[in-house]
Structures are given as C-alpha cells and as structure tokens.
Design a protein around this ligand. Structure first.
Ligand code: HEC
Length: 256
C-alpha cells in the first residue's frame, strides 16, 4: 500500500478498465504474482472445498448411524439383570440383643391377649357374674394342659373359678394361635396381675396343639378338664432368665 501511494502513478489499484487477473497473468515469471495464486510451501496449501464437504457428509452420516442404531450408546448395556447393590459393610440394623424368656413372652403374650381383653379385662379380673377372672384363677395357675385346651378349644358350662360359680360359654378364641403365640399368651396370663406360675415353653405349647388335635375341636368343660386333662404339658422347661434370640426365640449362649 505504501508502495502504491508513493508511486508516481496515482490511479487507484482497481481501475475499472483493468482486469486484475489478466494484469497479473501478464506478469508471468514475476515471483510476487506467482505467490499470489498458489502457496507451494509444503503443508500450507488451502484445503479443498470438496474435502470439507466430504468430511461433513461423513460426520453427519456417522452421527445418524450412532444415534439411530442405539447400540453404540445403548443404556441397556449399563443395566445388569438382577443386579443387587452390595450391602454396605457398616451394619445397618442394630444387633439383636438377646432377651430373657420371661420378658419376651410377656411382651409378645400381651399382644395376643388383645383377643381376650374384652371379657377378661386389662386387669385380668373379668366381669363380676359374667366373665371369670384370670388373676388368681386356679385354671390359669394350675395344669397347663387344661389351660391350653380352654384357650384353644373354648369352654362352656358350669365352672368354679376362685370360689365363684360361673356358667357361661367361651368360644375357641385361641384356635388359630401357633405354638409360639400360645406359649407367650399362656406365660403372660400365668405371670401377670400377681400370678406367679411357671413359663410355658414353645415346645410345651406345640404338644398342647397336638393334644388338642387328637381330642378334636369341640369346646371343653370344667368336668372334662378335671377328669382327663389335669396335667402339666410335656416339653422343654424354660427358666425365666434364659436368654433367647428375639427373632427365633431360640436360646443363645450368654456372652462372656
Ligand atoms: C367373649 C368373652 C370372652 C373372651 C373374648 C375370652 N373369654 Fe375366657 N371365658 C369367658 C367365659 C364366659 C368363661 C367361662 C366359661 C364357662 O362358664 O364355662 C371363660 C373362661 C376362661 C378361663 C377359665 C376360667 C378362668 O377364668 O380362669 C380361662 C383360663 C379363659 N377364659 C381364658 C381366656 C383367654 C386366654 C382368652 C383369649 C384368648 C379368653 N379367655 C377370651 C369369656 C371370654
């Protein structure tokens, strides 16, 4: 530029009457004019427009294939069937604290007693003239076989309880209890309200269910119980302070 402005020829560069290409073409052999058309220095050539277009088509096509096929970026591969996260090494649950047999059975038995409470009451005193008491009752404190039949089969007819005569009808409210529930319930009523009788173990209760099964489902009576079932249930004897696993109810070795 500074060259042209200092030149003696004051016409502008691109005069209408001059074709720049032709003018330059005429300067064949002039190194400056040659440089203007092509750069021959290796690696400095301009990229061909065709190359740019072809590359664009390849990229677009490749993108379409990846996107459509879904297999290249498929999330399915990241999901493993049946995968479970490994449990955290830190124990999440509190360790199971062994519990004394008496405490466990009282706690669980109290829940089962919910089916009895309407008649025999929270206090275990029953209702005068209608529902006999369980507190201080010889039927509760005495033979466990008789007690288990009262609960599992129900009882009807004349019955004397703690010196008072009753003549009512109790359905088989414990008919659906399993051995553990029956053991807990019997233990609960035998050790509540001042009652102080022995624990009924699940193995005793299991035998009670067997005895009841052999006998049949009919309601029992005070007379039958006195005559044929005035016995203690066979089975494991459980000391009140035996430590049990709160879930399995199996005895656990005391910790040192
Ligand atoms: C609908 C009221 C009612 C319910 C509920 C009931 N009982 Fe009774 N229960 C009676 C009556 C009435 C008698 C007396 C039956 C008779 O006169 O022969 C009785 C008698 C008894 C006896 C013998 C007498 C005594 O008082 O010791 C026991 C033990 C007993 N029930 C325990 C239970 C238990 C345990 C349950 C819960 C599983 C229960 N009962 C649910 C009404 C009920």
């Amino acid at each position: 530029m500074s060259d042209s402005s200092s030149s003696s020829d004051l016409r502008p560069d691109l005069d209408e009457s001059i074709n720049v290409q032709d003018a330059h073409g005429a300067l064949k052999g002039d190194p400056a004019a040659g440089r203007e058309k092509t750069v021959r220095e290796n690696g400095m050539e301009a990229v061909s427009l065709w190359l740019v277009l072809i590359s664009a088509i390849v990229v677009l096509a490749a993108g379409a294939v990846m996107g459509q096929g879904g297999s290249f970026f498929g999330y399915g591969e990241l999901i493993i069937d049946g995968y479970m996260r490994e449990p955290s090494p830190v124990p999440q649950e509190e360790p199971k604290v062994p519990i004394a047999a008496l405490a466990l059975f009282q706690k669980e038995g109290k829940k089962v007693y919910g089916t009895c409470v309407a008649c025999h009451q929270d206090s275990g005193l029953g209702q005068t003239g209608q529902f006999p008491p369980l507190a201080g009752s010889e039927w509760v404190l005495g033979s466990t076989e008789a007690l288990s039949l009262i609960i599992h089969n129900g009882v009807a007819g004349p019955i004397e309880v703690a010196g008072t005569q009753y003549n009512g009808n109790m359905s088989a409210f414990g008919a659906n209890l399993n051995a553990k529930e029956l053991a807990a319930l019997m233990t609960y009523i035998r050790t509540s309200w001042g009652n102080d009788a022995s624990i009924v173990s699940p193995s005793m209760a299991a035998n009670a269910l067997e005895i009841s099964k052999k006998r049949g489902g009919a309601q029992t009576s005070a007379e039958e119980l006195k005559k044929s079932h005035d016995k203690m249930l066979p089975g494991d004897i459980l000391a009140p302070d035996t430590l049990l696993d709160p879930e399995t109810w199996e005895p656990v070795a005391p910790e040192e």
